[in-house]
Design a protein around this ligand. Structure first.
Ligand SMILES: Cc1ncc(COP(=O)(O)O)c(C=O)c1O
Length: 386
């Protein structure tokens, strides 16, 4: 489609790395076109429906005239107030609903727009590797240099902040971090979060803490960075209803934390979008206020799937399996394969689609990510095929 290239791409788009899932996507399309069945464990989009009462709230709210008009850029007061209450209950952190909370069109929207408010060319953005691919695009679109910070198994997939070169630290504006972590599934211990806050404070770096999976845990409740002393001076945290309530398609989340950071993100957004559909905000408020039991059930379902899948992998001889939180399983590829892509291609011949670790950054090489977003019976079938 792009062969003639009548319209040359801007440099910022040219700088984006090749899309590593492209070959996998091509193969998926091919299998679909031939009517061949396959098990798709590659995408982090839950198969489970959003709470029905949330859908009903959305449907009723869509009929209301004020919701059919432009929404406030800052989001509805009632929604911000609900977020404030939810945050207080969940993390015991107080937030000012007028200055420290900003509703978003999904957390990705805010994560990606943030650097536009703070980064000039010549600055650095530090991204975790492996990590959610959105951070890299965000940095490159803002003209930043990207420093890929390794998350290594030997460090429990936490970054070694001391290894970030001085030249990068001194020119870095933002450091992205995400725990519970996609794709490695690990949580961040409090000691690490404390170190992170003191590192960021010392070098004047903004912590963009991606907490999209805060409710998808099994044993230990994940923390908010804002629970750490001094964090509010330097941090903005991102939350999402996508995973907690299986509302990926609704596009709703929020940013919260330092008021200057929140205010700047709002300024960027005001120049780009015109608020979130009011009915979606009403539905999101309902979810946060009334659907706490939903996350409990979701955790039970995912835990059951995880236990089946991990047990199956172990029985098949897989080693180095990580499944501490989220709905992913991060696994080292068997030794005989040259690369994660190579292994993923072999899985495709067995009609299983998984995400090669290299797609999450260079330090993801050697691993593959399975998303447990299908029913347990299908997972059992996948294990048989592996
Ligand atoms: C780590 C992480 N952050 C953010 C997002 C974006 O979520 P959303 O924009 O749906 O809130 C995702 C989606 O998969 C993710 O994995």
């Amino acid at each position: 489609m792009m062969s003639k290239k009548r319209f040359d791409w801007a440099q910022r788009l040219k700088k984006l790395p090749p899309y590593l899932f492209a070959e996998i996507d091509k193969e998926k399309k091919y299998l679909k076109s031939k009517g061949i069945d396959f098990i798709d464990l590659s995408i982090g989009d839950p198969d489970i429906l959003a709470p029905i009462e949330v859908v009903n709230t959305l449907s009723n709210a869509a009929r209301l005239k004020p919701n059919q008009k432009y929404a406030l850029d800052q989001g509805k007061f009632e929604f911000r107030k609900t977020i404030k209450n939810w945050f207080k209950d969940r993390f015991a952190v107080g937030l000012d609903e007028n200055k420290e909370i900003l509703p978003l069109i999904g957390s990705k929207e805010g994560l990606v727009h943030l650097p536009l408010g703070f980064v000039d060319s010549g600055d650095y953005v530090i991204i975790p590797s492996p990590g959610y691919p959105g951070y890299r695009g965000a940095a490159l679109f803002a003209g930043a240099g990207v420093y890929e910070m390794p998350l290594l198994e030997k460090n429990n997939f936490l970054p070694d902040l001391e290894k970030i070169p001085r030249s990068v630290r001194n020119r870095a504006k933002i450091i992205y971090l995400n725990y519970p972590n996609n794709p490695t599934t690990v949580l961040a211990p409090v000691d690490f979060l404390k170190k992170l806050v003191s590192f960021a404070s010392k070098y004047g770096i903004i912590i963009a803490y991606d907490n999209a999976y805060s409710e998808l845990y099994f044993n230990h409740k994940p923390k908010s960075i804002l629970e750490i002393k001094g964090a509010k001076e330097v941090s903005i945290e991102f939350h999402s209803l996508s995973k907690t309530f299986c509302m990926t398609g609704f596009r709703v989340g929020w940013a919260c934390g330092n008021k200057e950071l929140v205010e700047t993100l709002l300024k960027v957004k005001t120049n780009i979008d015109s608020g979130i559909f009011g009915a979606i905000q009403d539905a999101a408020s309902f979810a946060l206020e009334k659907e706490n039991h939903y996350a409990n059930n979701l955790r039970k379902t995912i835990k059951e799937r995880r236990d089946i899948f991990v047990k199956g992998l172990m029985a098949k001889g897989y080693k180095d399996i990580f499944a501490e939180s989220t709905f992913y399983v991060w696994v080292r590829i068997p030794q005989k394969y040259r690369s994660a892509i190579d292994f993923s291609k072999t899985l495709l011949t067995k009609r299983i689609v998984a995400a090669p670790g290299r797609g999450f950054g260079k330090w993801g090489e050697g691993f593959v990510r399975f998303a447990l977003t299908v029913d347990k019976r299908i997972l059992e079938k996948a294990i048989d095929l592996l």
